[in-house]
Write a protein that binds this ligand. Structure first.
Ligand SMILES: [Fe+2]
Ligand SMILES: [Fe+2]
Length: 281
């Protein structure tokens, strides 16, 4: 099974600041084409929040238009830039979002069981999983203790060393850590929000964040260095699950075509071929 994650698409209406500065809509269209061109195709694609920038219905309409060519089934969760009810209305026809309450749900169709979490606190950049949301997760995990499971949420449940982003992270992540640590089937926790690829140990499993499909946050580790955008290459996370071995491997798949130097064509080594000119200097 191949699971793809994209994140922080931040789609705006034409002419909005992010649209002009970072071409978030154009970047998402390229990410969709990239996912469609993957071989093998991802079985499922997760979009982990900040899907639009202001949570407006018209932004969601544009988002859906750009996502329409995506071949693999898509599942969305909200981030701090989303608006819960507008998102529910925009994706309601897909029938996986609950009719009311938090946008938390379970996807059962694949060898990896997928559990979506809603960390949104309206009006706040940071996130939270309150007792009700954690109790729901604990109950869902208790239903299928032997099924390998991936959790996905917008705010990562760990400190990154990037102080400004950490201040708007997941409040009281110990609550999630407690639930996850008590269920040994959780193989991975996928998050967004950081606009960077980060991987760490978490509560007896592995947690990671996904780059944005458009603008990335610069890696500034000295305390209080502020926050900058840097146009590092956009990427999707790919989780490759080997069912027989029950192993889950985390890859990054950079969006866009790059010249290749073929070393082996599948039949024989091709070491006499020189690399394309762009490889030098
Ligand atoms: Fe974001
Ligand atoms: Fe965010």
């Amino acid at each position: 099974m191949l699971l793809a994650q994209i994140s922080d698409t931040h789609v705006q209406l034409p002419g909005g600041e992010l649209d002009r500065y970072y071409d978030t809509a154009g970047h998402l269209a390229r990410a969709v084409a990239h996912l469609n061109a993957l071989s093998p195709q991802p079985d499922v694609v997760l979009l982990t929040g900040d899907t639009v920038d202001a949570g407006a219905p018209a932004e969601y309409a544009r988002l859906r238009e750009i996502l329409a060519p995506l071949r693999a089934p898509l599942f969305v969760i909200p981030g701090n830039h989303d608006e819960r009810e507008a998102m529910r209305a925009a994706f309601g026809a897909d029938a996986y979002l609950p009719a009311d309450g938090f946008l938390q749900y379970v996807v059962e169709e694949w060898p990896l069981r997928l559990i979506a979490l809603d960390t949104v606190v309206p009006g706040e950049p940071g996130g939270r999983l309150c007792e009700a949301r954690l109790r729901w997760l604990d109950a869902r995990l208790a239903e299928a203790p032997t099924r390998p499971t991936v959790l996905f949420l917008h705010h990562p449940p760990f400190q990154t060393g990037m102080t400004l982003m950490d201040r708007m992270g997941l409040r009281e992540p110990e609550g999630l850590a407690r639930v996850v640590a008590s269920h040994s089937q959780v193989r991975h926790v996928l998050a967004g929000h950081l606009h960077r690829p980060i991987v760490t140990a978490f509560a007896g499993t592995i947690a990671s964040t996904c780059p944005s499909t458009a603008h990335q946050v610069a890696l500034d580790l000295p305390p209080d260095t502020g926050l900058s955008v840097v146009m590092e290459p956009p990427a999707a996370t790919l989780l490759y699950y080997d069912e027989r071995a029950d192993t889950l491997v985390h890859h990054l798949s950079y969006v866009g075509e790059r010249p290749r130097h073929v070393l082996h064509d599948g039949q024989a080594w091709q070491l006499h071929e020189a690399p394309p000119a762009r490889f030098r200097g």
